[in-house]
Write a protein that binds this ligand. Structure first.
Ligand SMILES: Nc1nc2c(c(=O)[nH]1)N[C@H]1C(S)=C(S)[C@@H](COP(=O)(O)OP(=O)(O)OC[C@H]3O[C@@H](n4cnc5c(=O)[nH]c(N)nc54)[C@H](O)[C@@H]3O)O[C@H]1N2
Ligand SMILES: Nc1nc2c(c(=O)[nH]1)N[C@H]1C(S)=C(S)[C@@H](COP(=O)(O)OP(=O)(O)OC[C@H]3O[C@@H](n4cnc5c(=O)[nH]c(N)nc54)[C@H](O)[C@@H]3O)O[C@H]1N2
Ligand code: SF4
Ligand SMILES: [Mo]
Length: 740
């Protein structure tokens, strides 16, 4: 496929997702030469500086170059040597300069002076802020133990605080990107294949001939390399089967769109497994050689016919058969995409496992067009002492529950912070790095109740997001454009290392998280865990261990390394999977041992009551959650969200396109006002909105009260008994028009 053709398809998918908004760098008014001007003329007398970075606007971490012209920030572009970006940034990454120029940024450390939540702070020096924190940490440690301090984290700089906390004696480190995002997926794949899917995903979309998307809304979910590969597969004629109650951008590129009744995907997946077994569409040799429990699986799905699934899913039996045959036709280059945000209905590990089982039957794990075997650079760790043993962890608050959670649950730590007579170690201190817990954890009242019980809340952020309003101490981080961070070692087909170096001096009185953690370590007697003199020396040490140096990385940004293994299984290769049987477990011995269904079964979920609609949510291509909705460049592209309503429903309620409504859920929780988008693209039993809007923090002036926040309507949570994920799509809303 010629490069320009691929690029056109990529832009088409971008464009479809963005409702025709401009893409590329041209929307960066003020940073790009205006249309019609000869760029080389314009630059003749300019000084240009370029600095290597990797993007922090989302967690795909694309590597790129930041340009400065005549001492002014100019543009950010992708690094062509980077397999995550292939030289192109997505609209959000291109708009990353807006994070730097945002006038609402945090500017100096702040210490709270009135009761928590009132948002009255005084400006403080860094020394004052660190002394305050260190004193409180010591007090908590003496009274309750160091384990009563937890860290919530999302993003590069969280790693330094992880080290600090582990050195202090607490392993209670949680990320909402586990129990509110991809936790069930990782556990389902570990149970089935002995390994997780990881990020960036090990999906070989580039070479797929048939791609099945269960919800995954690629194109709106704008993970760069993935969208590029999807575009290329589409351009190469791959069949796409999209299962989504909404006609997504991906659905518009699909051979089949299955507008499934929400919450019934497991039934469809089981029916597909049934057909694939019944019609012998599976990869027999692969199943024979690598899998365990085929007969048990076959027996378990014997009743799950397409006719059984039809009334549950509303997908007609002949469509279920036809799509199953389409998958079978392309074996093993068929992939059931594992999804990413999979915490939907509480039985998520089982649903994702049903997809994993299909992948196993189709022979796609370890095969071209399925899942490749990723490689990762192995850097030497900068020397530091062993961490002390940590004696208590979050699990003690949940005896016997969520046995297969391999990471701490953010929601679990939050709940365990609310004091109850039964718990001896409620958490007393939180560090919150780069995660806006008020908008990110469901049931925001609970989050606030937990916060009110804390002795110490430290928030490290770049913006005055909602969570900072509750902090005792706010530590203002400089943006990723103003700092070094750890070496990027993303898993991929070929291992790479990438550098993030500061393109600009930190503005105001902001600092990198690496510096903050090191300074705090000195006050806690833990400086041996941050033994580097300068961050440059720390990076150089690691780069040298893989045959490069900081000096070279500044010139090239990304370095490709040699891989030590092929990316697909070799023909007939013996392979030992890291499962108890050493095989791909169609029947999970681990789930059986813990008393869970060893083969997924369909469980029905509550339906919306009369006059209510299931609340679905997702992404917009120009925003990352709520972290970019205040970004001046990206807010220009989309400054509020809309609620998608089917015309039949709009008719019933007398709603017209673009009118404002308030949504109220089954528990009487209300949203901010939100515009109605009347569209056939959503089913009649659900509504849809993009997450990340409806900020309630007035200090984020551009995004304050613009659109609505789905989180405020997520008061019901369906917990995954296997690993504690919080299913968030069991909430139903109705319209309130009189209150707008
Ligand atoms: N209702 C609802 N809840 C959800 C989701 C949903 O769709 N709907 N999605 C879930 C998913 S999939 C995920 S992964 C999580 C993600 O949710 P979070 O973990 O909260 O991640 P973000 O929203 O990206 O975090 C945003 C915070 O990071 C700050 N920030 C940005 N850059 C930096 C930086 O360089 N340094 C520091 N210190 N801070 C920075 C921002 O200002 C903001 O306060 O949310 C989950 N929760
Ligand atoms: N632009 C942009 N891209 C992002 C992000 C971002 O913030 N902005 N965040 C990144 C992160 S951390 C994550 S986790 C991913 C999330 O992106 P995905 O993993 O793709 O998220 P999903 O929850 O699958 O996506 C929502 C889709 O599921 C559909 N859906 C809702 N309910 C059901 C159902 O019951 N069944 C089915 N089959 N479909 C349903 C919705 O209509 C919607 O199209 O996106 C990543 N990419
Ligand atoms: S996908 Fe976009 S926002 Fe995410 S890291 Fe890459 S360029 Fe940045
Ligand atoms: Mo996520």
């Amino acid at each position: 496929m010629p490069e320009n053709m691929r690029r056109r398809e990529f832009i088409k998918i971008l464009g479809a997702g963005m409702g025709g908004a401009l893409v590329g760098t041209s929307f960066l008014k003020g940073f790009t030469p205006p249309e019609g001007l000869n760029a080389s003329e314009l630059l003749k007398n300019s000084t240009i500086k370029k600095t290597a970075t990797y993007c922090e606007i989302c967690f795909w971490k694309c590597a790129g170059w930041v340009y400065e012209k005549d001492g002014q920030p100019w543009k950010i572009v992708g690094n062509p040597d980077d397999p995550s970006s292939n030289g192109r940034f997505c609209p959000r990454g291109t708009g990353g300069l807006g994070a730097y120029t945002d006038p609402d940024r945090l500017k100096t450390p702040l210490i709270r002076t009135e009761e928590r939540g009132k948002q009255v702070f005084r400006e403080a020096t860094w020394d004052e802020a660190f002394d305050y924190i260190a004193d409180k940490m010591k007090m908590i440690s003496e009274k309750w133990g160091p384990e009563c301090i937890a860290l919530f984290t999302h993003g590069s700089g969280g790693d330094y605080f992880k080290n600090l906390l582990k050195a202090y004696g607490s392993n209670n480190i949680a990320a909402p990107s586990y129990a509110q995002c991809r936790g069930p997926r990782e556990e389902a794949y570990v149970l089935t294949f002995g390994e997780g899917v990881d990020s960036p995903e090990r999906t070989d979309l580039l070479n797929s001939k048939c791609i099945v998307l269960i919800g995954s809304h690629i194109g709106e979910n704008m993970h760069n390399g993935q969208v590029q590969e999807f575009s290329e597969a589409v351009a190469n004629g791959a069949s796409v089967i999209t299962v989504d109650p909404r006609f997504s951008t991906a659905a518009s590129k699909s051979k089949y769109w299955l507008p499934i009744k929400p919450a019934t995907d497991t039934a469809l997946l089981l029916a597909w497994i049934h057909v694939i077994i019944e019609e012998e569409l599976y990869d027999k040799e692969y199943v024979e050689k690598y899998t365990y429990g085929f007969d048990l699986l076959k027996e378990s799905v014997s009743q799950n016919t397409p006719e059984w699934a039809y009334p549950i899913t509303t997908i007609k039996p002949h469509i279920i058969r036809e799509t199953a045959r389409e998958m079978g036709k392309h074996v093993p280059a068929t992939i059931i995409h594992p999804g990413r945000h999979v915490t939907w209905y509480g039985d998520d590990t089982q649903r994702v496992r049903a997809g994993a089982i299909l992948n196993a039957l189709l022979g796609s794990w370890g095969r071209r067009g399925g899942f490749f075997v990723p490689a990762k650079a192995h850097l030497a760790k900068y020397p530091m002492p062993k961490f002390p043993d940590s004696h208590k962890d979050w699990r003690q608050a949940y005896p016997g529950k969520y046995p297969l959670a391999s990471l701490a649950l953010a929601s679990g730590i939050c709940d365990a912070t609310i004091p109850t007579p039964e718990r001896d170690c409620s958490f007393k201190g939180w560090f919150v790095y780069g995660t806006n817990l008020i908008q990110t954890l469901p049931q925001p009242e609970k989050t606030i109740e937990a916060i009110q019980a804390l002795e110490l809340l430290v928030v490290i952020d770049i913006l005055p997001s909602e969570i900072t309003g509750w902090a005792d101490v706010i530590l203002p981080e400089c943006t990723y454009l103003e700092r070094y961070d750890d070496v990027r070692v993303s898993p991929a087909r070929i291992p790479t290392v990438a550098l993030r170096a500061p393109a600009f001096e930190p503005q105001f009185n902001t600092k990198p998280a690496s510096w903050m953690a090191k300074e705090l370590s000195k006050r806690l007697g833990l400086e041996q865990y941050f033994a580097w003199e300068t961050f440059e020396e720390y990076l150089d040490y690691q780069f040298k261990s893989v045959g490069t140096s900081l000096e070279e990385m500044k010139q090239i940004g990304v370095k490709k390394l040699e891989s030590d293994h092929p990316i697909y299984f070799l023909n007939g290769e013996d392979y030992e999977f890291s499962t108890p049987t050493g095989k791909i477990e169609l029947y999970s011995t681990t789930l059986a041992e813990h008393g869970f269904d060893p083969v997924p079964k369909y469980t029905a979920h509550p339906e919306p009551p009369e006059g209510f609609y299931r609340l679905l949510y997702g992404r917009a291509p120009m925003h990352t959650f709520g972290r970019t909705t205040n970004n001046p460049l990206l807010a220009d592209l989309m400054d509020e969200n809309e609620v998608w309503v089917n015309p039949k429903v709009a008719n019933k309620w007398g709603l017209h396109h673009q009118q404002y409504v308030i949504l109220e859920n089954q528990d009487g929780k209300r949203s901010n006002k939100i515009r109605v988008k009347v569209t056939e693209r959503i089913r009649h039993d659900a509504v849809y909105m993009v997450h990340g809007f409806g900020h309630t923090q007035s200090k984020m002036r551009r995004s304050y009260m613009k659109g609505a926040d789905d989180t405020q309507l997520i008061s019901r949570v369906d917990l995954d008994p296997i690993m504690g994920g919080t299913g968030m799509r069991g909430n139903f809303v109705t319209f309130k028009t009189e209150a707008v």
